[in-house]
Ligand binder design. Structure first.
Ligand SMILES: Cc1cc2nc3c(=O)[nH]c(=O)nc-3n(C[C@H](O)[C@H](O)[C@H](O)COP(=O)(O)OP(=O)(O)OC[C@H]3O[C@@H](n4cnc5c(N)ncnc54)[C@H](O)[C@@H]3O)c2cc1C
Length: 346
């Protein structure tokens, strides 16, 4: 008898990475997604920044996560004859003396040198504010998330593993050996609904979401620079002559858009010395779970009902590694790390 597929609810960075992990292992699955424009994953800048944050620290587990992420994106590129992941150096400019101090405190830390190109020039100080200096990161880059997700969707649809639709949790019947939805049987359901999971969930209502909205802009600016520049906000040379800039971080999701755009404008003024103009803007809600890096795994009472969520602002880096971990858990019974296991939040 054929093995019933795994039902994946949501085709953002989380659901798509899980789809690829299952595809690689020849395990049947079906991604169900409404295919709406402007989702969090589609508008994201897609940046991968090994050293990050105010305190200029290596990103959480970047050494383990980055090779798995690159492997997935390169494999998909090869399979689909396309390019989605663009490796680019990133110039991190310090904004204030405190950042310089934190950075000096880290200088010489083991392993840090792999992310830093000590010989690369910084920036033209007539174009950028750079009075506190900075450093150039290597192994940074960006994923063209919209292109990657669309190409993945088209491929999955062609082989019958993607379908347009929306699942209401109440319509999911839990059985002893699987789940049933609209008369179809599946071995598991994995909810990968991003920030939409935070309201009215029948299965995961105990999770404490603390989502943050982000606004991203396209920018008109006359610059010749191929690297990503960051100084309190980032500037990404997206396609020929097209710049993206961002992003804001609002935990109060009711913040007016104008406030966020003014905030972004202010940050850009502290980065750029030359005139610029904000063009179109886009906003999305980052799925963040309080006090957790991310969560995945089985529901405590319904082991066939699963979750993969909380990727926060690092979906590109984190989704492939943890999708693989979830696939190994579901298919090989490999234990989940407690730090990410959704049941640890019960
Ligand atoms: C402004 C901004 C900038 C960002 N920049 C970066 C960055 O530079 N680098 C980075 O790594 N990350 C970045 N992020 C974060 C990144 O976008 C998220 O980590 C990631 O998109 C989360 O992916 P997800 O699949 O969990 O959620 P989502 O992208 O929200 O995907 C969830 C999917 O589920 C679908 N769905 C929801 N409910 C249902 C249902 N009931 N039935 C069927 N389908 C459903 C939705 O339509 C959607 O397609 C940024 C986010 C924002 C907002």
């Amino acid at each position: 008898m054929a093995v019933p597929p795994i039902l994946i609810v949501g085709g953002g960075l989380a659901g798509t990475a899980l789809g690829w992990s299952l595809h690689e292992r020849d395990v049947p699955f079906l991604i169900l997604d409404p295919n709406e424009a402007g989702t969090c994953s589609k508008i994201a800048a897609g940046l991968v920044t090994p050293i990050t944050g105010k305190r200029v620290k290596p990103s959480w587990r970047v050494e383990e996560l980055l090779p798995v992420a690159l492997r997935l994106y390169r494999t998909v590129e090869k399979l689909l004859s396309a390019e989605f992941y663009h490796e680019r150096p990133l110039v991190r400019l310090f904004k204030e003396p405190r950042e310089v101090e934190w950075w000096r405190g880290r200088a010489g830390a083991t392993g840090l040198e792999q992310w830093v190109d000590a010989n690369a020039p910084l920036v033209d100080s007539s174009l950028f504010h750079s009075e506190f200096g900075g450093f150039v990161q290597r192994q940074a880059g960006w994923l063209d998330t919209a292109a990657y997700l669309e190409a993945s969707r088209v491929f999955f649809a062609k082989i019958g593993t993607w379908r347009q639709g929306v699942i209401v949790e109440d319509e999911v019947e839990t059985l002893d050996h699987g789940i049933r939805w609209h008369g179809e049987d599946f071995s598991h359901v994995v909810f990968c609904r991003g920030a939409e999971q935070r309201t009215g969930s029948r299965f995961f209502s105990w999770l404490k979401f603390d989502c943050a909205r982000g606004v991203i802009a396209s920018l008109r600016v006359n610059l010749q620079e191929s690297r990503i520049i960051n100084r309190g906000c980032w500037l990404l040379p997206h396609t020929m002559g097209h710049w993206r800039a961002g992003s804001t971080y609002e935990f109060d999701l009711t913040t007016p858009m104008e406030t966020s755009i003014t905030d972004l404008h202010g940050k850009l003024s502290l980065l750029l010395r030359i005139p610029f103009e904000i063009g179109g803007t886009q906003a999305g809600i980052r799925p963040i779970i309080k006090h957790r890096q991310l969560v995945l795994g089985r529901h405590p009472a319904h082991p066939r009902v699963c979750l993969f969520n909380g990727l926060g602002s690092k979906g590109v880096l984190r989704a492939p590694f943890f999708a693989k971990m979830l696939a190994e858990h579901l298919l090989d019974d490999k234990p989940l790390e407690p730090v990410v296991d959704v049941r640890a939040n019960d």
